[in-house]
Design a protein around this ligand. Sequence first.
Ligand code: FCB
Length: 462
Amino acid sequence: MTGETLFPAGFVWGAATSAYQIEGAAAQGGRGPSIWDTFARVPGRVAGGHTGEVAADHYHRYRQDTALMADLGLGAYRFSVAWPRVQPEGRGPVNPEGLDFYRRLADSLLEHGIEPWVTLYHWDLPQALQDRGGWASRETAGRFADYAAAVYGALRDRVANWTTLNEPWCAAFLGHAAGIHAPGVQDPATAVRAAHHLLVAHGQATRAMRAIDAGPRLGINLNLDPVTPASDGPADADAARRIDGVYNRLFLDPLFRGSYPADVLQDLGGLGGLEEAGDDDLAAIAAPLDLLGVNYYRRWVVAARPEWPRLGGPPSPWVAAGDVEFVASDRPRTDLGWEIDPSGLDELLLRLHTEYPSLPLYVTENGAAFDDVPDAKGLVPDQARIRFLDGHLRAAHRAIQGGVDLRGYFVWSLLDNFEWAEGYAMRFGIVYVDFPTQRRTPKDSARWYREAIARGGLNGSP
Ligand code: FCB
């Protein structure tokens, strides 16, 4: 191949992590327990019995980690703030030591010329709030707005780019319907209620932050994936419509069109939860945003299986869709079993661009788990991850060529980390972490990413 695939000037080259997955220091610095601390301690919930108690020990090693980011040439770093570090009880007085950690982290990034991007909620709800009902309770939305305002007030002089929630679909449906994420509830109706309360929390938080000043560039991170019918038949098309509804449009429509989609309301009708949404809720949820963070990992191919029960099957995140089959293809997969399909990314970005009001888009997560092993020289040759990232960046570039206002890309993840129910076995980092010694080793993909950043794009023509 000749030539280069260059991105527009000013394109943001980043990497992302989240608090519970890397910080450790779970009982230090005044941090209170989160629902993930509780969940991980229940035998059988997390592979290998792993917890985030130590994780990548980033709480103590953040300076080393920001130096590593500087060495890669990162322009931006997306991290999340642990609510229970800032408010151990989830409400009431803030813990100054907790806020101070994030101030020091932001300062260290700024010293290296790296833009801090803050996500306020990446799934680590204070356990004290779960004890009062968690996301099943509307009260949690108000608590989140108070917490968001406290963090914004403390960091607004250092941080310009903010997102409220990471992947509310996962928090609601993996956490409350499938029960494979904290808090481990398996009740579809509760999951739908939690989804609405998460969106209300987002809306109330944006109001509270904008009431402090007009400053924040504000958005949300959604996990969005194209959904493709397995055949041309009407039943499979309807299955695709329904999965797209409960996965993508359940969040996109209230945020960007001001209402829940009518077909989804009908599909979920029997479960309740969304009907309580009054005009005030919907207006808060739809308050204008400055950016949308897109987390993309895969495409879904679905088929109708009318002989399967729609409701009441085994616990699943796909509420009221027990009669939909997720069809495997022969595409290559990551170690997590996720099919690799870069073409889903430009398809998704173009859809967002044409179907929803145009606002700046950022890919705020994209990456792959592979079983990386250091070789005899201590290097980590992760060619498969390089191919994955290269393919997806090319898809991002195609989207930009097609007119999409895509302004940045964040690799998931900077470091190997605690991959939720999978524990430490699934390594997503471009930097290898040897957990017993906490030694960091940039993988070949980190060196490859550094070259891409320095070049402003990829080797070889589009
Ligand atoms: C996303 C999560 C992130 C990480 C990746 C692999 O759903 O936001 O924390 O687990 O998947």
